[in-house]
Design a protein around this ligand. Structure first.
Ligand code: ADP
Ligand code: MG
Length: 241
C-alpha cells in the first residue's frame, strides 16, 4: 500500500466558515509527514476528521486504503494525540495508561516500555493533575504509542517541550519510523520543529493545503527556511494540491 492516508477534496465548514478547504493529502507509508501552518490554519480540524473526532462536510478519507467510517475499526491501528491530551486528573499516569491499554487490547507490559521511552517512568505514580505541561505532553505521546500502531497522527506533539525535550521526541519519532516502519503525520506551526524529522512537509494556510515538499530537496539548494518565507509572500496566488 503506497499511501496510509489519502483524502479527496476533504472539507469542513462551521457555519459559513470554511475551515478545511478541499484538501488532498497523501501520506506515504513508512514516512514522516509534517503539516506546517500558522495558528488557525486548520491543522487540528483536519486531524480531527482523520481520527473520527469530527465529521467532514464534504470529501473522502481513506486510511490503509480503506474508507474511514466511525464503525470500521480502522482507528484501532492508529495512535493519536489531538490538541492538549486529556486524562483523568485524579488518577496516576500509570492508571490512565492502564485504562488505555485495556481499551486498545494491548498488553499491560507495553506501558512500562512507553513510559520509559518517553522518559516519564519515574513519574508513573503521580496524579496527572500534578504533572507539568511537558510531562502531560509526554504522557499523551506514550498513550498514542500503546498497541504499537502502524500509523501515528500527532497534533503539535512538540508543543510545550523544552529544547532538549524537542530533540528527544524528534529522535524518538525518527526511531519509530526506522525501527518499526511507523508512518507518522504530525503538525506544527514552527518550521524548525519539524524540518529535522519530516520527510515531506505540506504547507497549509487558511484551510488550504498548498505545496508538498520533500525535505531532501533542500539539502543541496536553497534552505527550507528561505523557501518557506518566499512561499508565505506568494501563497495567496499559489496553487492548492
Ligand atoms: N468547533 C468549531 N466551531 C467553529 N469554529 C471552529 C471550531 N473548531 C475550530 N474552529 C475554527 O477553525 C479555525 C482553524 O482551527 P484549527 O483547526 O484549530 O487550526 P490550527 O490547528 O491550524 O491552529 C480557527 O479559526 C478556529 O477558530
Ligand atoms: Mg491546532
Amino acid at each position: 500500500m503506497e499511501y496510509l492516508i489519502e483524502t479527496g477534496s476533504l472539507s469542513k465548514q462551521y457555519g459559513r466558515d470554511v475551515i478545511v478547504n478541499e484538501v488532498n493529502l497523501k501520506v506515504r507509508a513508512g514516512t514522516i509527514y509534517g503539516l506546517l501552518g500558522e495558528n488557525g490554519a486548520g491543522k487540528t480540524t483536519l486531524m480531527k476528521m482523520l481520527t473520527t473526532l469530527t465529521l467532514p462536510t464534504q470529501g473522502t478519507i481513506k486510511l490503509f486504503g480503506t474508507t474511514l467510517d466511525r464503525n470500521s475499526g480502522l482507528m484501532s491501528k492508529v495512535g493519536t494525540m489531538i490538541e492538549t491530551p486529556v486524562f483523568y486528573p485524579s488518577l496516576s499516569a500509570e492508571e490512565n495508561l492502564t485504562i488505555h491499554c485495556r481499551y486498545k487490547n494491548a498488553p499491560l507490559a507495553d506501558m512500562k516500555e512507553y513510559l520509559e521511552l518517553l522518559g516519564i517512568y519515574r513519574h508513573k505514580d503521580k496524579k496527572v493533575k500534578s504533572l507539568s505541561l511537558g510531562m502531560k505532553q509526554r504522557l499523551g505521546l506514550a498513550r498514542a504509542l500503546i498497541g504499537n500502531p502502524e500509523l501515528l497522527i500527532l497534533d503539535e506533539p512538540i508543543n510545550g517541550l523544552d529544547p532538549s525535550g524537542i530533540k528527544e521526541i524528534r529522535e524518538l519519532l525518527i526511531g519509530l519510523k526506522k525501527e518499526r516502519g511507523t508512518t507518522i503525520l504530525l503538525s506544527s506551526h514552527i518550521l524548525h520543529e519539524i524540518e529535522h524529522c519530516a520527510d515531506t512537509i505540506g504547507f497549509m494556510h487558511r484551510g488550504v493545503l498548498y505545496k508538498e515538499k520533500a525535505v531532501d530537496e533542500f539539502r543541496h539548494s536553497e534552505s527550507l527556511e528561505d523557501y518557506y518565507m518566499s512561499w508565505i509572500d506568494e501563497r495567496e496566488e499559489g496553487e492548492a494540491i
